[in-house]
Design a protein. Structure first.
Length: 455
């Protein structure tokens, strides 16, 4: 006799069903399939490094405007009204309209050139930030795709390892194997299980990093293998003659500091010409101004107007001279830093190019090992499925041999994918350092456009 579920039990089952449905919908909503180029586009918009570089460009543009607009007259008005007694401390101005501007300054031309070089440095730094973000996104995307493929191979490998352990246990029970064979089979299965867990951690970390790059935290991004074009042959990548955007930006910064230091050094003994004009409205009511200045009573006017040119020649200014030395030292340091960045960049790029040949050879060996393992597996499967085998034709193949061959083939596949990942990462780095990553991404965009449209 079966008991009918109570109303509270039915409510609990209903809540569990709704909860499961909600979790399924949430899991679907928090995952997204995205092509390589779409991921790069999102990263270039969301990455804080690129946004900071764009803000630096906007600031540099404002600095250029500031350096040039010093020649444009500024106009301001101020006013106020109040009572005073006793000796007048100032002219009783109700309001005044003033304008002033710089006409000529030897140092200002250098300041304008320094601002222009600073803008160039900021623009190059933006290009470098975009290239770094693109490289980070592409490498993360490809590594995630590779890790997912390795995970599929590892799951098969784990299945075969467990089957092998079961077969060895059965053979041990039948007296065909010893306990050492069983321990080795179990250890191999445990090693594969550990490697699978490490691979799952790698996938989780790559997914989190990619979602952060895209500005979509918490979203599991699924890669599209078809959107990734083939990378160029490593031997076909030649080193470019130009520096990276980062090195060029460093030299632009150094040049900007040199221009600024040169302008600071020309401060003394060089005339500065400025223009000034002022209109003021004066009121002596509620003040004792006419008492202390009787001439103002008979010949006073409520309006005052002035205009003129002011010429200044700095002669003795220790503070400014010390500041000029400081600017010169900063310029020297910036140039040395730029040269050091160039040396490190050239050494790193050459090292990456040399490593490509080694990684390519390593990948070729991994491909051959995997092909050999596949051939061996196919041969064993043929012998196992052949009905014409005889005792005189050679040793008989067993299910244990089959599982060992399958394990070997899957392990070689994982090794091949690992070598492929290392080669891809090095190639992407060299493309970025050569300034060719953008061209390769254009190929990725064309590959994406060539994909069939699914509805």
């Amino acid at each position: 006799m079966t008991s009918q579920p109570t109303s509270s039990t039915r409510r609990s089952i209903t809540r569990l069903a709704f909860g499961a449905a909600f979790l399924a919908v949430s899991a679907t909503a928090c995952s997204a399939q995205m092509s390589l180029t779409a991921a790069v586009d999102l990263a270039l918009k969301a990455d804080p490094r690129v946004r900071m570089a764009r803000a630096s460009v906007a600031k540099a543009e404002a600095v250029v405007s500031e350096a040039r607009d010093v020649y444009i007259p500024s106009v301001g008005i101020k006013g106020g009204y109040g009572a005073s007694t006793g000796v007048p401390l100032s002219v009783p101005v109700v309001f005044s309209l003033a304008s002033n501007s710089l006409i000529f300054d030897f140092s200002q031309k250098d300041n304008v050139r320094a601002a222009n070089d600073g803008l160039k440095a900021a623009q190059l730094a933006l290009l470098d930030a975009q290239a770094v973000t693109s490289e980070d996104t592409v490498v993360t995307y490809l590594n995630l795709n590779n890790a997912e493929r390795r995970h599929a191979a590892m799951l098969d490998e784990s299945l075969y390892a467990n089957r092998l352990a079961t077969i060895v246990q059965q053979r041990l029970d039948a007296g065909q194997d010893n306990r050492m064979d069983l321990l080795k089979a179990k250890r191999a299965a445990a090693q594969i299980r550990l490697a699978t867990l490490n691979n799952e951690d790698e996938i989780a970390n790559l997914t989190q990093h990619l979602s952060q790059l895209l500005g979509l935290p918490g979203t599991a991004v699924a890669t599209v293998s078809e959107s990734v074009p083939p990378l160029p042959d490593p031997s076909s990548i030649q080193l470019a003659s130009d520096d990276s955007y980062g090195v060029q930006s460093a030299f632009a910064v150094a040049k900007s500091k040199q221009e600024s230091a040169f302008g600071e050094a020309r401060y003394r003994y060089h005339p500065q010409v400025a223009f000034g004009a002022n209109y003021s409205r004066i009121s002596t009511s509620h003040t004792s101004y006419s008492l202390y200045y009787p001439g103002f009573v008979n010949q006073h006017s409520d309006n005052a107007l002035s205009a003129g040119i002011e010429i200044t020649i700095p002669i003795f200014d220790y503070e400014h001279r010390a500041h000029a030395r400081e600017s010169q030292a900063e310029a020297i340091r910036a140039m040395a830093e730029a040269e050091n960045n160039r040396v490190q960049f050239l050494e790193g790029r050459a090292k990456t190019q040399r490593s490509l040949a080694e990684l390519s050879a390593k990948g070729e060996i991994a491909h051959l090992d995997r092909s050999i393992a596949q051939e061996q597996l196919d041969a064993i499967l043929i012998q196992l499925n052949s009905s014409s085998s005889s005792e005189g034709s050679g040793p008989m193949m067993t299910p244990k041999d089959e599982q060992n061959a399958r394990l070997q083939e899957r392990q070689k596949t994982v090794d091949m994918l690992t070598s492929e990942q290392e080669l891809q990462q090095a190639e992407i780095g060299l493309l970025r350092q050569n300034g060719q990553l953008g061209d390769w991404l254009k190929q990725a965009l064309r590959a994406q456009d060539a994909l069939p449209v699914t509805h």
